[in-house]
Write a protein that binds this ligand. Sequence first.
Ligand code: TRP
Ligand code: SF4
Length: 333
Amino acid sequence: MIRKRILSGMRPTGKLHLGNLHGALSNWIALQNCDDYECYYFVADWHALTSDYANTSEIRANTIDMVIDWLAAGLDPNKSTLFIQSTIKEHAELFLLLSMITPLAWLERNPTYKEVKEELSQKDLSTFGFLGYPVLQAADIIMYKAFGVPVGVDQLPHVELTREIARRFNFLYGEIFPIPEPLLTEVPKLLGIDGRKMSKSYDNSIFMSDRGDALKQKVAAMFTDPQRQRKSDPGRPELCNVFTFHQLYSSSKDVAEIPPACRAASIGCTECKRRLAAAVEGGMRPIHERRDYYLAHPEEVRAIIADGNRRAAGIARTTLAEVREALKISHEL
Ligand code: TRP
Ligand code: SF4
């Protein structure tokens, strides 16, 4: 049976939070556990350089931390190929070749380009590399002739650009690349403890690695229904981020009992959060145990990555041979 290939990547942001877990990661794991697919997941460390070129001090440690979280979450190296972008030099070569055929206008009108540039206005992102971010992403994807690319909505413009670049390549040099499909991840809307989008840069995240008192303190600090100031005020669980988390972690009994109790003001937020912290702690236990295991066996993590790099490199080498041939830019001397 030929299995369809799935490919996705993350920039090495370091430790992942529960938003990452219930968003991208859980979807990656579901695809991995589906026999129809062959999954490739990689750390996009070159992409990290597009915005963090001035301070690279954390990229290496962040790469390893992130892979440990992937493994802890349940990515299985016997089923999925886990690798690091910068070890596969073919990504750079394909990026270069694709950059020859990508019209500047496609990159300049990319909505993500404009948004991120404004968001990170403290960094100088008027660079060639940052403008070319989606070209490198296109190279990542078509290198593996991926059928599907699981991403969040924020990445849709990049996958769309990848499709356009692949079509243009095929038109110019022959049908080499299948046109990849974005596989949209439906994500529960998990907010950070301050009620804004959960994001490492907002310092409002509950990390996959948080447990014990650190976890309790974060849960205790979570924003609730803003109209519920005192325990005697009735609350609105449907507007409360704490309850969103209960729906992911708590027993069906609590999920059924909390909303009426909250509306009747018969349960207080302190008690509600105490139950949530316990439920998250329990639900995350297998993940924490795997995390401890890999932290204690760094050589195993290195071997997993080395093996993934080797497998990915095999495909990349084959693709590039085909591409060079199509462009008449290979030389047997
Ligand atoms: N741009 C993606 C992100 O920020 C990361 C990424 C790089 C990626 N290359 C990719 C995702 C290829 C999917 C496929 O999340
Ligand atoms: Fe939110 Fe729970 Fe407080 Fe209701 S009781 S407002 S669900 S924290």
